[in-house]
Design a binder for this molecule. Structure first.
Ligand SMILES: [Zn+2]
Ligand SMILES: [Zn+2]
Length: 283
C-alpha cells in the first residue's frame, strides 16, 4: 500500500466532504466583504450541484479505467514507453515530468474545446459569473470524462500509472488555487506556474480574452503557441453570458451542449440544403 492510497480508501462521501470543506475554508479565508452576495452564493451552489452530477461517474473509476487501458495495451500489443527509463528517478521528478507532459496534452485539448464544435463540452466551466474556489468543480460530465480518460491514457502509455493518484490530487488543489478571486501574478515566475490572475483572464467575458491562457499549470505553452494574454489586473466581467451560456441554473447548464450541438447541426443542414438548391437552380 502506498502512502497516497488513502485518497481512494476514505470513501466517496468523505472525499466529497473533504473537497467541499477545503474549498469553503479557502473561500472564507480569501473572500472580500464585497463578495458576500446572493450572486456569489447562487453561483457556488450551482458549481456544487454540477460537480455532484459528475463525481460518481468520473473520479471513482480512475483505477478501473487505468486497469482497463493497461489490459488493452497488453492485449493489442500497442507500444508504450519502456518503464525502465524511470528507474532510479526520484518520485517527485517523475511526477513533475508527468504533470508537464499532461499539461502539454491538456493545452491542446483545451484549445480544441475553444473551437465551434468543442465549445459546448467546455461551456459549463465558463458559465460561472463569479469565479472563485468552487469554479474548478464546475465542469460538464462530458469534459470531465474526456480529460480523465486523456491523462490516464497518457500516463499509462508513459508507463507511470502509479503517479495517477498524486497527479489527480495535485490538479484538485491546483484547480482550487487558479480560480481563487485574488490578483496574484507570480512576478518573474508567471510563465512557469499559472497564477489566479492569469486564469482569471481566461474566464473574462471580453472578446480579446476568448481562447487565451489555455494551459492549466505552465503558461509557457501559451507563450510558445501564441495564446498568452495578461495585460494586468483583470476587472472584467466573468462568465459567458454574452455568448448565451446560462450561469445559475444547473439543469440548463447541463443540457447546454446538447442544445448547442443540435443548433449547430441544424445550421449545417440548412447551409447544405441551401447550397444544393442553388446548384440545382443553376443547372
Ligand atoms: Zn476554457
Ligand atoms: Zn477555469
Amino acid at each position: 500500500m502506498e502512502w497516497f492510497d488513502w485518497i481512494f480508501e476514505v470513501g466517496f462521501g468523505t472525499q466529497i466532504l473533504l473537497a467541499l470543506l477545503a474549498k469553503y475554508l479557502l473561500y472564507v479565508a480569501f473572500k472580500k466583504a464585497s463578495e458576500l452576495t446572493a450572486h456569489a452564493d447562487a453561483n457556488m451552489l450551482t458549481s456544487i450541484v454540477i460537480a455532484s452530477f459528475n463525481l460518481v461517474a468520473v473520479y471513482f473509476f480512475v483505477d478501473d479505467v487505468n486497469d482497463f487501458l493497461q489490459a488493452q495495451y497488453d492485449a493489442l500489443g500497442i507500444p508504450t514507453l519502456d518503464p525502465a527509463i524511470w528507474d532510479g528517478l526520484p518520485l517527485f521528478v517523475v511526477c513533475i515530468i508527468g504533470i508537464i507532459t499532461k499539461d502539454f496534452a491538456d493545452y491542446w485539448s483545451h484549445r480544441a474545446m475553444h473551437t465551434k464544435w468543442g465549445w459546448p463540452t467546455h461551456a459549463a466551466h465558463h458559465s460561472d459569473t463569479h469565479v472563485n474556489a468552487f469554479t474548478g468543480l464546475r465542469v460538464h460530465f462530458l469534459e470531465s470524462f474526456l480529460m480523465t480518460m486523456a491523462y490516464v491514457l497518457l500516463l499509462t502509455w508513459m508507463q507511470i500509472p502509479e503517479i495517477i493518484p498524486i497527479v489527480a490530487l495535485f490538479y484538485a488543489v491546483q484547480g482550487i488555487y487558479i480560480h481563487l478571486d485574488l490578483d496574484w501574478d507570480h512576478g518573474r515566475f508567471k510563465y512557469l506556474f499559472a497564477s489566479p490572475r492569469y486564469h482569471r483572464w481566461h474566464h473574462a467575458d471580453v472578446p480579446e480574452a476568448y481562447g487565451k491562457n489555455l494551459a492549466s499549470v505552465v503558461p509557457l505553452f501559451d507563450v510558445m503557441f501564441g495564446t498568452y494574454y495578461n495585460p494586468g489586473v483583470c476587472k472584467e466581467e466573468m462568465g459567458a453570458l454574452k455568448t448565451g451560456v446560462p450561469d445559475k441554473n444547473p439543469l440548463l447548464i447541463y443540457i447546454y451542449p446538447f442544445r448547442e450541438w443540435a443548433d449547430l447541426i441544424r445550421d449545417e443542414v440548412t447551409k447544405l440544403s441551401e447550397k444544393l438548391r442553388k446548384s440545382r437552380t443553376k443547372s
